[in-house]
Design a protein around this ligand. Structure first.
Ligand code: ATP
Ligand code: MG
Length: 564
C-alpha cells in the first residue's frame, strides 16, 4: 500500500501511478527500485532527479532501493568515483530514505560486475537456445551491416562452435575486437537495437572491481536487465534515451525464459538545466583541464560541488519534487533551483552583519573608546531563533556600494549631506568625505542622531534607506568566495565549444569584515549576510581564517525597497 502518511507532499506522476497500480493488483510482493550510476565521474544534479525518484518511490510504497554500480566498461571507471557516489547518495537521502537504502550484506553497493559469472552463464544459455552467436566481423562491419539490415556470414554458426568460441573468448585466446557475441534477433527489425546487438566484447583491460579476472565484458543492454532481474528489481527507471532499448531489455529476459514477474523498464525525461553542463564527460573535462578546482568546485552542478557551496540535501530533494517526472524532454531554468534554495534558506538562515567591500565610517559625535551592545534579530521568519548582541562603536565599516558621492536620482543610501539608517542602530548623516592623494575615498565622517536608536523610546523618525555595518574594532576578518554561474549563456553546450562560454567572473574572493558572532560560525548552519546573500562555511576554513561560500544571492528586495 502506498503510505501517503509517510509524505503527504510526495508528488504524483505517471510512474508512481503505474507503481500504485502494480501494488493494488498484487503484481509484486514488494516494490524494489535501483539507482544505477556508472562510476565514471561524480554525481550531478541530474542524478538527484533519479535518486529522488527511485528512493522516493521505495519510501512511499514501503519498498527498497538498491545502489548498483553500473560498471561494465573497465576503461572509464575508478574506485574514487564509487566512493564519491556512495557519499553523495548517503548525504542526499540522509534522514529521508536511509531506511529504504538496500546494500549488500557488507554495506557496500551492488556491482553489475558482481554478476559477470551469472551473466556469462546466461550468455551460454542464449547460445544453446540458438539465440546468440559469435561473430568475427569488425566493429565497423557490424555497424554497417546493422545499418543496412544485412545478415552477416557468422549468423548461422553451429551451437557447438559458438559455445567453443565463446569459451575461448573468455579464456583470452583472441585479441580485443577480434570477435563479439551477438544476440540473434532480426537484422531487418525497424528498431535498430534489435538488429543482432552485441552482447559481449573482448577487452583485455583491468577492471576496478574484478581486476584481471575477465577479458570479455557484457554491454550495458545485456548486463542491465539481467542485473535488474538478479536483484529482484520490480521497476527499472531510466531516462528517455533508453526507450528504444526497451524491446531489447524485454527480449533478453524473455529469450532466457526467466521466472515471472520480470522487471519492467520505464523511462522519464532527464533533467537539463540552464547555465550549466551536465554530462559527466564534460564535467570531467572541466576538472581535468583545471578550469575548476575539482569535482567539488562550488560552481559545478555536481552534488559534491553544491554541497560545498552550501546547498542542503533538502533543497535538492525539494527541487527534484518541484520539477516533477514527465516523458517530455525539457530545459529547466536554473532559477527553479535557486528558488528552492532561497525558499529554504529564508526559513533557516541566521541573519548576520558582514561587509564585503568595506568603507570606513567615523561617527564623530560618538565617544572614543565607547562600545554599546545592540540587540539584533537572528531570523525574522523564526522568532524561536532569538536575538543576539552586536557591538557598536565610533568606527564602523559600511559597504562601499552603500555610498555615492554623486548620487543617481532616488538614491536613498548614504550620500554627502544625506542620511541613512544603520540597521539595529542609529540614523547617521554624512558630513565629510575624506580622500587620499589619489582621490580614492578612504573614510566618511558622519554624525549620529542618538534619538533615532532602533527600538528606543524616541525612534519614530522614518527614513528611506537602511544599510548594514560592522563595528571596526570588533570586526572579524573572513575570506568570502563570491561564486556566480559558471557559464554566461543559458545553453553552453547547445553549439560550439562549451568551454568558450565560461564566465570569467564566476569567482571573486574578498576579505570581509564581519560581526564577532560569525567567528563562531557552525558548518552545519546557513547564514544570511543581511542585504548581501546566503552563505555557508567552506571546508577550507581554519579557526584563524574562516572561509565562507556564497551559496546564492538574495532576491533583490532591498534594492527595490531603497527605490520606493
Ligand atoms: P551522464 O551523461 O551525465 O554521464 P549518465 O546517464 O551516463 O549521465 P549514469 O551514471 O549512467 O549517468 O546515470 C545513473 C542514473 O541516473 C541513470 O538511471 C540515469 O538515467 C540517471 N540520470 C543521469 N543523468 C540524469 C539527468 N540529467 N536527469 C535525470 N536522470 C539522470
Ligand atoms: Mg551512462
Amino acid at each position: 500500500m502506498s503510505d501517503a502518511a509517510i509524505d503527504p507532499t510526495a508528488p504524483s506522476d505517471f510512474i508512481r501511478d503505474i507503481v500504485a497500480e502494480d501494488v493494488r493488483s498484487g503484481k509484486h510482493a514488494r516494490i524494489h527500485t535501483r539507482f544505477p550510476p556508472e562510476p565514471n565521474g561524480y554525481l550531478h544534479i541530474g542524478h538527484t532527479k533519479a535518486v529522488c525518484l527511485n528512493f522516493g518511490i521505495a519510501r512511499e510504497f514501503g519498498g527498497i532501493c538498491n545502489v548498483r554500480m553500473d560498471d561494465t566498461n573497465p576503461a572509464r571507471e575508478e574506485v574514487e568515483f564509487v566512493d564519491a557516489i556512495m557519499a553523495d547518495v548517503r548525504w542526499l537521502i540522509a534522514g529521508w530514505a536511509d531506511k529504504n537504502l538496500n546494500l549488500k550484506e557488507d554495506a557496500t553497493p551492488f556491482y553489475a560486475s558482481d554478476y559477470f559469472p551469472q551473466i556469462y552463464q546466461f550468455a551460454q544459455e542464449l547460445v544453446r537456445k540458438g539465440k546468440a552467436y559469435v561473430c568475427d566481423m569488425t566493429a565497423e562491419e557490424t555497424d554497417e551491416f546493422r545499418r543496412l539490415g544485412k545478415e552477416g556470414p557468422f549468423r548461422n554458426r553451429a551451437v557447438e562452435e559458438n559455445l567453443d568460441l565463446l569459451a575461448r573468448m573468455k579464456a583470452g585466446e583472441f585479441p580485443d575486437g577480434a570477435r563479439t557475441l551477438r544476440a540473434k534477433i532480426d537484422m531487418q527489425a525497424p528498431n535498430i537495437w534489435l538488429r543482432d546487438p552485441v552482447l559481449y566484447r573482448i577487452r583485455h583491460a583491468a577492471h576496478h572491481h574484478t581486476g584481471d579476472e575477465w577479458c570479455i565484458y557484457p554491454l550495458y543492454d545485456f548486463a542491465h536487465g539481467l542485473s535488474d532481474y538478479l536483484e529482484g528489481i520490480t521497476h527499472s527507471l531510466c531516462t528517455l534515451e533508453f526507450e528504444v532499448h526497451r524491446p531489447l531489455y524485454d527480449w533478453i529476459l524473455e529469450a532466457l525464459d526467466l521466472p515471472r514477474p520480470l522487471p519492467h523498464q520505464y523511462e522519464f525525461a532527464r533533467l537539463n538545466l540552464t547555465y550549466t553542463v551536465m554530462s559527466k564527460r564534460k564535467l570531467k573535462q572541466l576538472v581535468d583541464e583545471g578550469l575548476v578546482s575539482g569535482w567539488d568546485d562550488p560552481r559545478l552542478p555536481t552534488i559534491s560541488g553544491m554541497r560545498r557551496r552550501g546547498v542542503t540535501a533538502s533543497v535538492l530533494r525539494d527541487f527534484a519534487y518541484r520539477i516533477g517526472i514527465t516523458k517530455y524532454p525539457s530545459l529547466t531554468e536554473v532559477d527553479a533551483l535557486e528558488y528552492a534554495m532561497r525558499n529554504e534558506f529564508n526559513q533557516i538562515a541566521l541573519r548576520r552583519l558582514a561587509v564585503l567591500h568595506p568603507l570606513k565610517v567615523v561617527i564623530t559625535n560618538y565617544a572614543e573608546g565607547k562600545t554599546e551592545e545592540l540587540e539584533a534579530t537572528n531570523n525574522p521568519e523564526n522568532p524561536a531563533a532569538g536575538t543576539r548582541k552586536i557591538p557598536f562603536s565610533r568606527e564602523l565599516f559600511i559597504e562601499r556600494a552603500d555610498f555615492m558621492e554623486t548620487p543617481v536620482p532616488k538614491y536613498f543610501r548614504l550620500k554627502p549631506g544625506g542620511e541613512v539608517r544603520l540597521k539595529y542602530a542609529y540614523i547617521i548623516k554624512c558630513d565629510e568625505v575624506v580622500k587620499d592623494a589619489a582621490g580614492e575615498i578612504t573614510e566618511l565622517r558622519c554624525t549620529a542622531d542618538f534619538e533615532s536608536k532602533t527600538g528606543g523610546a524616541t525612534s519614530n523618525r522614518k527614513i528611506k534607506g537602511t544599510i548594514h555595518w560592522v563595528s571596526a574594532p570588533h570586526a572579524v576578518d573572513v575570506e568570502v568566495r563570491l561564486y556566480d554561474r559558471l557559464f554566461t549563456v543559458p545553453e553552453p553546450d547547445a553549439d560550439g565549444d562549451f568551454k568558450s562560454f565560461i564566465n570569467p567572473h564566476s569567482l571573486e574572493v574578498v576579505t570581509a569584515k564581519c560581526e564577532p558572532s560569525l567567528g563562531e560560525a557552525d558548518p552545519a548552519l546557513r547564514y544570511q549576510f543581511e542585504r548581501m546573500a546566503y552563505f555557508a562555511l567552506d571546508p577550507d576554513s581554519r579557526p584563524e581564517k574562516l572561509v565562507f561560500n556564497r551559496t546564492i544571492t538574495l532576491r533583490d528586495t532591498w534594492a527595490k525597497e531603497a527605490k520606493k
